[in-house]
Design a protein around this ligand. Structure first.
Ligand SMILES: Nc1ncnc2c1ncn2[C@@H]1O[C@H](COP(=O)(O)OP(=O)(O)OP(=O)(O)O)[C@@H](O)[C@H]1O
Length: 370
């Protein structure tokens, strides 16, 4: 595996037992949630990847897996060529210790308020990463560094903000403190998980601009997670980054932002683009509804074959029986899609179209899944 990649996920699966009580284990009736299923994604230095998908599709789980917080149930996750979980378990030759890896992969969580200690001032919260990362720094230099960062994110005068407790900060200010805290670790990758969703619309752009500005200055890669295609497109668009579309635990389309928005290939991506008017997409208006069904299937019992087939306006019989692999779009390895329609000679083209079916057929348990 190339060491050029800050993080590389290969065929990663994260499956949870949805009911792990002792009684249900004994009865053998635990359900498995396939939160992430067979996802491969590499993030090089200075890269920005925005992940989009509906609530519950596995974005957070994938993000946490990428930064070594969530252990995958299958597949591998590497940091600069070092298998993260082998480093954690001390298996084989460990070139990069787990602690160092974790310091290099930081998170700005969904709720920064909850991650800041309510009894500690901003100064106190921001000192901790500096003490860890730069133990040689004295108290005066630490304070100067923190003031400089507060100024940089627009929290001025910094002496005033440094003395405040979390309850004396607005949502946007807490988010900025979380951003500084992550940056002070001098990370290679920051996971920004719905980092702007809780902010007023007017503040979102400011926060996204700030993240991107600092991303450039600090040479940090960003994995930006959002359920909102507008926000994700803004971040990926301004940074010339990539966008990944997730559906029920799978990465169904991945590619450079302009390419995916102007030439979306997966019917789900098309539906998302079409439903996001401010993107002004050049996507043909769908003949009918962009989705055959509104409801998202239960992740404990996902549809057979292509997981999107129950909602896909282009679904055919073949889609019920086998799951498509990711294939390059028009021969371009940077833009991939998991859809049989990308394969000119696939049996899909000769199989009958699916007409609307009652909801329960969407959840057949015994259909072959390849
Ligand atoms: N620790 C866990 N145990 C059991 N199931 C879990 C666990 N964590 C997540 N899940 C399930 O895995 C699926 C994916 O969850 P995840 O939080 O990754 O999705 P998401 O796309 O980030 O959603 P949201 O946007 O609502 O945060 C969901 O069905 C969720 O209920």
């Amino acid at each position: 595996m190339s060491n050029d990649h800050v993080v590389a996920l290969e065929n990663v699966e994260v499956h949870f037992e949805s009911d792990s009580s002792m009684l249900s284990r004994l009865r053998g009736d635990t359900d498995i949630v396939k939160a992430v299923d067979d996802v491969s994604l590499s993030i090089p230095e200075n890269d920005v990847v925005a992940l989009v998908g509906e609530s519950g599709c596995g974005k957070t789980t994938l993000g946490k897996t990428a930064i070594g917080v969530q252990r995958p149930t299958a597949g591998t996750v590497s940091y600069r060529g070092q298998d993260i979980w082998k480093a954690k378990d001390g298996e084989g030759t460990v070139e990069i210790p787990f602690d160092e890896i974790r310091q290099s992969l930081q998170i700005i969580p969904q709720d920064p308020g909850a991650s800041l200690n309510p009894n500690k001032t901003v100064q106190h919260s921001l000192e901790a990463p500096l003490k860890l990362r730069k133990p040689e720094m004295d108290a005066f230099d630490r304070r100067e560094r923190i003031y400089e960062m507060l100024e940089r994110v627009g929290m001025s005068p910094p002496e005033d903000y440094a003395k405040r407790f979390p309850h004396q900060l607005s949502g946007g200010e807490k988010q900025r403190v979380a951003l500084i805290r992550a940056l002070l670790m001098n990370p290679d990758l920051i996971l920004a998980d719905e980092a702007v969703s809780a902010l007023d619309v007017s503040l979102r752009i400011d926060m996204m601009d700030l993240m991107l500005e600092l991303q450039g200055q600090f040479n940090t890669s960003f994995l930006f997670i959002s359920h909102n295609l507008s926000n994700a497109s803004y971040v990926a668009g301004k940074s010339d980054g990539r966008i990944g579309i997730m559906y029920l635990g799978e990465l169904v389309e991945l590619g450079p932002i302009d390419e995916v928005l102007e030439n979306p290939k997966h019917p789900y991506t098309k539906a998302l683009v079409w439903a996001t008017p401010n993107l002004d997409p050049d996507v043909d208006e769908p003949d009918g509804s962009p989705l055959r069904k509104i409801d998202v299937p239960d992740p404990r019992n996902p549809p057979s074959g292509c997981r999107f087939h129950t909602r896909c306006p282009k679904a055919r019989e073949a889609c019920k029986h086998s799951a498509p692999d990711a294939v390059p779009v028009d021969g371009d390895d940077d833009h991939t899609v998991t859809c049989f329609r990308e394969l000119d000679t696939h049996e899909y083209w000769d199989s009958p179209e699916l007409t609307d079916e009652p909801d329960d057929t969407a959840r057949l348990e015994n259909e072959p899944t390849q």
